[in-house]
Ligand binder design. Structure first.
Ligand code: CLF
Ligand code: SF4
Length: 473
């Protein structure tokens, strides 16, 4: 895998948009919907835990999947949060390319707050290497942004079909908000206000936001370039113009009224106009709300709930095997060489090694091999150090959390951080992991490359042949 340092150059999506930190660029490069290149390498899974919706779209019939993220088709099973987490663990073990788990319906995730957050929080604990993603109409978004960020949901899609309340009122007949039913222009205006506020809050917190727009000929087709321009101003990363699906047999208002679907040429033309403002997605598959697999395939029928084991056992062996396989994919096999290894880095933005070991809530994982310094994902860990008071008062709990962190990093050759205490240093060494603070505040890629060269030199002896690493002198 090429390291995606520049979204316009490496992520495969086209057009202008927000500039990214190295960490955000890595997240883009590993998400099949955000990067055209990634969709050949990584799979996604949707967990259908959210049956209800808080508004009505004229292109939706609740018997079918949410049109925000799906082609029409009944969701096979609505899952409870516990079932969803068990299923995710099972699929992650069977499908090592699985990189992202999203909640996209079949209704709106934020109209099902308890089910959605119980699922996200459970996933974060049970699958610490998984990217989490959410797709919403945005009505319930502003109040949950901090909660999403705390869990580590780094990708959020918001469906924005219009900026103008008169246009939006032709798409959304009513909504429920604060126990009240609103209709027409009043409802549309409230939705637009809440979408804007939610998106701004997300981008301000560094979340990668994708805007989905359903292209509805004669209603919003000429208006979508304005949506794209506004999305850019809000700091969104990507715009996904999706063709309306409107067939009478689906029983939607638009389908029954004979509202035309756009032609492929119309979709291309609107994307071209929108591309003047924002990167455009063109590989969307309008997936079901329970889709599993690479984009364009759906393996959900291979994973029925009845096949999920009750006791999945420890996830750690699965996590380590997934890392090896993903490193192999990313390095095109170089990670299998004796000299190759995995390392973890405590970094806030991905540019410099700038975080204290005990404060890191997630470590970035890199594959080091002759193919280069390649980011392959991250691992969420419990922050074992919660301040001096906590350490003093509950030493045993602190030790236990430290043990969990070390277990999660046990397949790493080294951990790089800005600072580390003596206790964790010793625990890492006992586990065979080298603690490295020599590169504190230094650039991540150069520090890791130099460390790898030195390690191989020491291993092979002065006369031995050192494997070269790309880009490191
Ligand atoms: Fe799912 Fe959506 Fe996340 Fe992707 S889908 S919640 S961003 S992980 Fe992707 Fe499917 Fe298109 Fe959605 S191809 S419908 S854009
Ligand atoms: Fe249907 Fe989704 Fe619209 Fe709700 S937001 S009405 S589930 S398409």
């Amino acid at each position: 895998m090429a390291t995606c340092q520049s979204p316009s150059g490496g992520c495969g999506s086209s057009g202008p948009g927000a500039s990214l930190t190295p960490l955000q660029a890595d997240k883009v490069a590993q998400h099949p919907c955000y990067s055209r290149l990634a969709h050949h390498r990584y799979a996604r899974m949707h967990l259908a835990v959210a049956p209800a919706c808080n508004l009505q779209c004229h292109y939706c019939n609740r018997k079918y999947d949410c049109s925000n993220e799906s082609r029409p088709g009944v969701v096979s099973e609505v899952l409870s949060p516990a079932q969803a987490i068990a299923k995710a663990r099972h699929v992650a073990a069977a499908l090592p390319q699985l990189a992202v788990i999203g909640i996209a319906g079949p209704g709106d995730p934020l109209a099902n707050i308890a089910r959605t957050f119980n699922t996200l929080e459970g996933l974060r604990l049970a699958l610490p290497d998984m990217k989490l993603c959410l797709s919403t109409n945005g009505l319930g978004l502003p109040e949950v942004v901090d909660r999403l960020v705390d869990i580590g949901v780094d990708h959020v899609t918001v469906t924005v079909n219009a900026l103008d309340a008169d246009i939006a009122a032709r798409i959304y007949p009513w909504l429920w908000f604060d126990g009240e039913r609103l209709e027409g222009r009043e409802a549309a205006a409230l939705l637009l206000e809440r979408q804007q506020e939610g998106i701004r809050r997300l981008t301000a917190r560094g979340v990668l936001v994708k805007i989905n727009s359903v292209l509805i000929p004669g209603i919003n087709d000429r208006h979508l370039p304005a949506v794209s321009e506004k999305a850019r101003q809000w700091g969104a990363f990507l715009h996904n113009v999706m063709p309306l699906i409107s067939r009478p047999e689906h029983g939607t208002v638009f389908g029954l009224r004979g509202q035309a679907e756009p032609t492929a040429a119309q979709v291309d033309e609107v994307r071209r106009f929108c591309g003047g403002s924002m990167r455009q997605m063109s590989h969307c598959q309008q997936c079901r709300a329970d889709a599993i697999g690479m984009l364009g395939e759906d393996r959900s029928q291979n994973f029925p709930l009845s096949a999920i084991p009750r006791d999945a056992g420890s996830y750690l062996p699965v996590l380590r095997r997934r890392a090896q396989i993903q490193a192999g994919i990313a390095s095109q096999g170089e990670s299998a060489s004796d000299a190759a290894c995995l390392v973890a880095v405590a970094t806030t933005q991905g540019a410099a090694i700038d975080e204290h070991f005990g404060h890191a809530r997630r470590f970035q994982i890199y594959s080091l091999s002759a193919a280069g310094v390649i980011p392959i994902g991250e691992r969420f860990t419990p922050p074992f150090c919660r301040g001096a008071t906590d350490c003093d008062e509950d030493e045993r709990a602190t030790e236990q959390r430290l043990g969990e962190v070390v277990d999660l990093l046990a397949d790493m050759a080294a951990v790089f951080c800005a600072r580390i205490g003596l206790g964790p240093w010793q625990r890492l060494e006992q586990a065979g992991i080298e603690p490295c603070v020599g590169g504190a505040w230094q650039p991540v890629a150069a520090t890791l490359g130099q460390w790898w060269q030195r390690r191989n030199k020491a291993a092979s002896g002065a006369a031995g042949a050192d494997p070269a690493i790309k880009g490191v002198a």
